[in-house]
Design a protein around this ligand. Structure first.
Ligand SMILES: Cc1cc2nc3c(=O)[nH]c(=O)nc-3n(C[C@H](O)[C@H](O)[C@H](O)COP(=O)(O)O)c2cc1C
Length: 343
């Protein structure tokens, strides 16, 4: 049996190149770009917006990286696959048949394809024929509990020679909450001859290992939990070796945030990169004494140097008081639903 893989799930607006490098440094076995809209990339004459061009950035230090395409027109998906392949930048292509956002499914993209298996298979075939890169599929169990189409789509992917599939064990109707169908994923894994990665609802390293055991999957794909614990990949490795999981104290968290901010300025305007750090700081600082004050002070900050100075000053102050540990009583409840979602 090959070793199971633990990969970072794609999250639009979050898992850009600099965040991925951090996860790779913590031992993620793979990652996927944010979704790239084939209606934008597939039209040769259309100028890509800066946001889309940024989605295509790959930084040094990134490991196995798939570029993810979303769309519902075979010709545009094929053209997009060709363009992505011609960049010689990615290790694989992935097709998104899981995004449940109303605007996305409203235009026939993402999870909408779960309801149209014929079109879904035509798109898979068109992409496969347009690239010599390995092709993967990411999907949900189906549209709703009465329409579970993942088993037939996984079969089709396998017949078309896809490299792997990732299943978010929920339906489109469930969006991002409610029970994850580990038994449904297990049934698909049992039948499939290509690797199946299980996704959905992991909150910590122990969860990831339990999910792996429950599904019999080839690996686990982790989304929201990695935003608040990018070290989850290292935690998993330690847990599998029977080692203790270390506390991630102020020094590790603050250094990580400064690294992330610095790297983000490599692929986005400084102001945008630094403003975005409010989000990541809001996920990583709670649990430390005085975090709320520091988060408040972040509001006026838009220069990398100011962010770095504030963070390093905060770390020095904590270290002076010998208070660099996490206080569990200051931690918010460990849920996945604090990530703002597009409905
Ligand atoms: C903010 C956000 C953005 C997402 N963007 C994408 C995306 O671009 N492509 C995709 O396939 N899935 C996307 N997803 C779904 C995740 O990859 C994952 O399937 C889902 O969050 C369940 O895994 P988790 O419980 O570990 O977060 C997104 C999820 C979130 C929360």
């Amino acid at each position: 049996m090959p070793e199971p893989l633990f990969v970072l799930a794609p999250m639009d607006g979050m898992t850009h190149a600099s965040f991925r490098t951090v996860c790779f440094e913590y031992g993620a076995d793979g990652a996927t770009t944010e979704m790239i809209l084939s209606q934008a990339l597939g039209r040769a004459k259309r100028r890509m917006s800066d946001k889309y061009l940024e989605t295509l950035v790959r930084l040094p230090g990134e490991g196995n990286l798939a570029a993810q395409l979303i769309g519902c027109n075979s010709a545009l998906m094929a053209a997009s696959a060709e363009r992505l392949t011609a960049l010689h930048r990615f290790d694989a292509l992935e097709i998104n048949m899981g995004c449940p956002a109303r605007t996305v499914v409203g235009s026939g993209n993402g999870a909408a394809l779960l309801e149209k298996p014929e079109l879904a298979v035509a798109i898979m075939a068109a992409v496969k024929q347009s690239t010599d890169l390995p092709v993967r599929l990411k999907l949900r169990m189906g549209w709703d509990a009465g329409h579970i189409t993942a088993p037939e789509l996984v079969r089709a992917a396998q017949e078309l020679g896809f490299q792997a599939v990732t299943i978010h064990g929920r339906t489109r109707e469930q969006l991002y909450a409610g029970p994850v169908d580990a038994a449904g994923i297990r049934a698909i894994c049992r039948e499939a001859r290509i690797p199946v990665y299980a996704n959905g609802g992991v909150t910590c390293a122990g969860d990831a290992l339990a999910f792996l055991a429950d599904t019999g999957a080839a690996g686990v794909s982790i989304g929201r939990a990695a935003l608040k614990q990018p070290w989850i990949f290292d935690d998993i490795r330690r847990l599998r070796r029977g080692e203790e999981i270390p506390e991630r104290g102020a020094e590790e968290r603050i250094r990580l945030l400064v690294t992330l901010a610095t790297r983000a300025t490599l692929h986005r305007p400084e102001k945008v990169a630094v403003r975005e750090m409010r989000k990541f700081s809001g996920w990583l600082l709670p649990g430390l004494t005085g975090a709320a004050d520091v988060l408040e002070r972040l509001n006026g900050i838009e220069a990398l140097e100011d962010y770095r100075r504030l963070m390093e000053g905060y770390l020095e102050a904590l270290a002076r008081r010998n208070d660099t540990h996490i206080h569990p009583e200051l931690l918010p409840e460990a849920t996945l639903d604090t990530v703002k979602l597009r409905r």
